[in-house]
Design a protein around this ligand. Structure first.
Ligand SMILES: NC(=O)C1=CN([C@@H]2O[C@H](COP(=O)(O)OP(=O)(O)OC[C@H]3O[C@@H](n4cnc5c(N)ncnc54)[C@H](OP(=O)(O)O)[C@@H]3O)[C@@H](O)[C@H]2O)C=CC1
Ligand SMILES: CC(=O)[C@@H](O)[C@H](O)COP(=O)(O)O
Ligand SMILES: [Mn+2]
Length: 385
């Protein structure tokens, strides 16, 4: 029986993870659940899966959650520190971190420090603090199992292979809802347009990141850390159908890829059961009906976020944390209708240009860097505070 701590249980990944866990009650037990503000949903999940503990990050939600679970034997906790405490819990076999944003970094580091195997969906952890996470994982011999579909694909292709035989990693990108558009055409698009991803049903933040290609930029950095690969060896290609989840090119010219319907339950389940594979009910592809698949180079001028991310990654140190924080703020403002789509990369570039890189930031330095970059992003967008 594997005891799972699921952080971000009320989100897109979190709810799909509970479907996977619920399908295998003889293998998985939910040790704890955590969310930010979704009290009703979290309480409902807690009643269904009966974890030992639940945590709500927003302390103002504590009383409501506590009374919603007053009649069951579940410990109720509140605050970001308690979410990290759940990640470090000694009776947990695996932490699935499906929080969104920089908020995931503390729990990622807490899980790794405690020696808890980490199934990682929260790519922002590795973007902002990859050097800290990988150092902890190496020092404690702790496995990080990728959940992000592209990284799961690469991980699957690398089973039984030597990383030294890899020539190039090729991350596939759907191209998002605005593939083929010009800058002029993007000037007046709204959040409602950008939230229509062609192939995946995901949380709002990652869906906007997919539309700007920042998601792929973050994934380039995520791959750099997970597979210890130089940026020169990480390539991005647009593949419109999201059926090839990524490819690995080897030194002998062989190319391995992982394919399947775009369904996150597959990489989630693989992370939970690795190195085993268990039956799952993701849709199967009819190859005859599929007909053809399409590939293209990303348009780096219309979607400058991809190269901003490569630049931040190459600069290293605190710069990826700055890019990530500015992006989180810009995306939040875009979702609220306070800035246009094309302003997102402009804000990020402005904030990056103002930052003086710190070479090997510790967690507290990253937290301060994140706060300051958010402030600068709001200032650059013409917002107060
Ligand atoms: N969705 C997908 O298909 C994929 C997602 N990912 C990555 O997985 C992560 C999660 O994405 P997704 O599930 O789409 O996101 P969602 O927005 O759907 O869910 C986010 C979850 O995190 C919780 N949360 C948000 N902020 C905080 C906080 N400050 N403290 C504690 N909990 C918080 C939310 O709680 P509440 O409900 O209370 O707000 C919710 O449970 C992201 O890093 C994303 O990039 C990667 C690949 C695919
Ligand atoms: C499902 C998943 O892993 C997402 O990160 C997805 O890849 C987003 O699609 P894009 O390729 O459009 O960024
Ligand atoms: Mn992905």
């Amino acid at each position: 029986m594997k005891n799972i701590t699921l952080l971000g249980s009320t989100g897109s990944i979190g709810t799909q993870a509970l479907q996977v866990i619920g399908a295998y009650p003889e293998r998985f037990r939910v040790r704890s659940l955590a969310a930010n503000t979704s009290v009703e949903q979290l309480a409902h999940q807690a009643r269904r899966f009966m974890p030992d503990m639940v945590a709500i990050s927003d302390v103002s939600c504590y009383n409501e959650l506590k009374s919603a679970l007053a009649d069951v034997d579940i410990q109720v906790l509140a605050g970001a520190d308690e979410v990290s405490r759940l990640a470090a819990d000694a009776d947990t076999d695996m932490v699935l971190n499906s929080l969104v944003g920089f908020a995931g970094l503390g729990p990622t580091l807490a899980a790794l420090s405690a020696g808890n195997t980490l199934a990682l969906a929260n790519k922002e952890s590795l973007v902002a603090g990859g050097h800290l996470a990988m150092e902890l994982a190496a020092a404690g011999g702790v496995d990080i199992l990728p959940v992000d579909s592209e990284h799961s694909a690469i991980f699957q292709c690398l089973q039984g292979q030597k990383i030294s035989a890899v020539e190039r990693i090729v991350l596939t990108a759907s191209g998002g809802p605005f593939f083929g558009k010009t800058q002029d055409e993007l000037a007046h698009i709204t959040a409602a347009h950008a939230l229509k991803h062609p192939n995946w049903d995901m949380g709002a933040k990652i869906t906007i990141d997919s539309a700007t290609l920042m998601n792929k930029g973050l994934e380039v950095m995520e791959a750099r850390w997970l597979f210890d690969t130089a940026y020169e060896q990480i390539h991005v290609v647009v593949h419109r159908e999201s059926i090839i989840h990524s490819l690995v090119e080897f030194c002998d010219g062989a190319v391995l890829a992982q394919l399947g319907a775009p369904d996150m339950r597959v990489p989630i389940q693989y992370a939970l059961t690795w190195p085993e594979r268990l039956p799952g009910d993701a849709p199967r592809i009819s190859w005859e009906q599929l007909g053809s698949m399409h590939f293209a180079a990303p348009d780096r001028e219309v979607f400058p976020c991809l190269d901003l991310a490569y630049a931040a990654g190459r600069e290293g140190g605190s710069m990826p944390c700055v890019l990530n924080a500015a992006n989180e703020e810009a995306v939040a403002l875009f979702l609220k209708g306070e800035i246009g789509f094309l302003t997102i990369p402009r804000i990020i570039e402005t904030v990056m240009n103002k930052h003086k890189v710190i070479t090997t930031p510790d967690f507290d330095t990253l937290a301060e860097t994140d706060r300051e970059a958010r402030r600068l992003a709001r200032e650059s967008a013409g917002m107060k505070g």
